[in-house]
Design a protein around this ligand. Structure first.
Ligand code: TYM
Length: 330
């Protein structure tokens, strides 16, 4: 059976990058795969978090996934810290992951910045915990945005290292699924920077909870260039290509079809249509999120049930992994 695992950090508002790069794809996969979706709170604390906000964000991201169409009956939705096996397997993997592999991780280099000695060990080991998330369930496919590609390659390397070390095909090598027309949604303020929760300017991203007016304002102000018309040329006209990609992904069309439709039209007209489209697509999600957020008990209950289902899958696997390693579990 093909099994999907993917995760999202509860570190602030879900934005259009999370939605188009990942969550929107997760929804459709529920028809074809057994799906496990995880709110990765242990990953979130690799950078400082306010405890009250972390808790609120965990619930909000859960509401966002459900509002976007993840069905907690069909799929498993839970927060990572509930299932202790994730952290335990991460330790086991820490013991077989060469530092050289981690030193290549661009996300660590970006996040740690120049003050590398001040970066915490958890941030460095972040991709090892990610490998543990996926491999704990022996997941076969991992739908993510393009920015997670390198981390997934590391997960495959760790799976391969374990299999070789213990001379068996225990872990499948998980396949990344990087899908859709918005694999890497860029900032609205800079077509060469990823849309991200950590960028200071709110105008750089559209949040799933933004109302129509806010969406219109952000898109109106989105950076463009001085060339006439729209373009698919991400290299030379990244802002134009990014807006086209967002439109195409939101409307389930190819970028070529959208580009053809807007041939000869300027940014002003395109932006008006994009803003209307984004507002129409996000409005029901935001409304459902608000409805769900009104009952935190209900959200907590979904996470608890999801956690129990996840643990029931994870624990026998971890017991088997420990046995392979030679750890006594009488
Ligand atoms: P996170 O929380 O940064 O992002 C969640 C998902 O959203 C995608 N994404 C984007 N896609 C396109 N354009 C963007 N601008 C953009 N920004 C974010 C991410 O690629 C991701 O799919 N390390 C992961 C969480 C994680 C995980 C895992 C994922 C933990 N364990 C196991 C898969 C499997 C992360 O930081 O996601």
């Amino acid at each position: 059976m093909n099994r999907i695992f993917s995760g999202v950090q509860p570190t602030g508002n879900l934005h259009l990058g999370n939605y188009l790069g990942a969550i929107k794809n997760w929804v459709g996969m529920q028809n074809d795969y057994e799906c496990i979706y995880c709110i990765v709170d242990l990953h979130a604390i690799t950078v400082a978090q306010d405890p009250v906000e972390l808790l609120a964000n965990t619930r909000e991201v859960t509401a966002g996934l459900i509002a976007a169409g993840i069905d907690p009956e069909r799929s498993i939705i839970f927060n990572q810290s509930q299932v202790a096996s994730h952290a335990e397997l991460a330790w086991l993997f820490n013991c077989i992951t060469p530092l050289g592999w981690l030193n290549r991780m661009t996300q660590f280099k970006e996040k740690a910045g120049k003050k590398r000695d001040n970066a915490v060990l958890g941030l460095y080991a972040y991709p090892v915990l990610m490998a543990a998330d996926i491999l704990l369930y022996r997941a076969t496919h991992v739908p993510v945005g393009e920015d997670q590609k390198q981390h997934l390659e590391l997960s495959r390397d760790i799976a391969g290292a374990f299999n070789r070390l213990y001379d068996q095909e225990y872990f499948p090598l998980p396949e990344p699924l990087i899908l859709g027309e918005a694999k890497r949604v860029m900032s609205l303020r800079d077509g060469r920077a990823k849309m991200s929760k950590s960028e200071a300017s709110e105008n750089s991203r559209i949040n799933l909870t933004d109302d129509a007016e806010t969406i219109q304002r952000k898109i109106r102000r989105a950076k463009t260039d001085s060339e006439p018309g729209m373009s698919l040329d991400a290299e030379n006209r990244p802002e134009a290509a990014n807006l086209l990609g967002i439109y195409a992904a939101l409307n389930d069309e190819s970028v070529e079809v959208v580009a053809a439709r807007f041939t000869g039209k300027g940014f002003a007209e395109f932006k008006l249509e994009l803003a209307d489209l984004a507002a129409a697509k996000l409005k029901p999600i935001a409304a459902e999120m608000r409805r769900l957020m009104a009952s935190t008990d209900h959200i907590d209950d979904i996470l608890k049930k999801g956690g129990a289902r996840a643990a029931a899958m994870a624990e026998p696997n971890l017991a088997e992994i420990k046995k392979i390693i030679g750890l006594l579990d009488p």
